[in-house]
Design a protein around this ligand. Sequence first.
Ligand code: FES
Length: 170
Amino acid sequence: MEHLNQTSLDAIARIIEQHQNKAGPVKLILHDIQRECGYIPVEALPMIASACHKPVAEIYGVVSFYAQFSLKPKGRHILSICMGTACYVKGAQALIAKFQALTNAELNQTSADGLFSLDTTRCLGACGLAPVAVLDGVVYADAIHNPNLEFKIRELMHEHEMKTQGEQNA
Ligand code: FES
């Protein structure tokens, strides 16, 4: 089991307390922990289970079922490629190959520099815009031909490089 620092444990406890008496608290809690920590630490599962009076296995089941939750730390930026039927037909596989090469992240993994996680998602309900990709919550239509997505990724890589160089020279 991993060991979270006290700050993270306090943040998780605070989130649980905020939501535990609401209707359907588990997803609300998981959503906020994912946003706060960037993933769902394993240590959070028994805390949520105890507060919501549910078995740990049930909490684990929710985390595993929804693609938006991850038990592993995610990259600083999350690129999700829609693999619904319309997006698949319109080139989602080519989109994955293109952005695997660009970000150096394997599918459902995080790049070695921790900058990008490359995920897939089910239909986002925007099939008319296929193939669709979502970068940090921003939807990119016709992502295979959309220069803005590649531009944004290159910009984030450049910013990261500048920041890393600055830290090395400091
Ligand atoms: S299949 Fe991708 S948005 Fe519907």
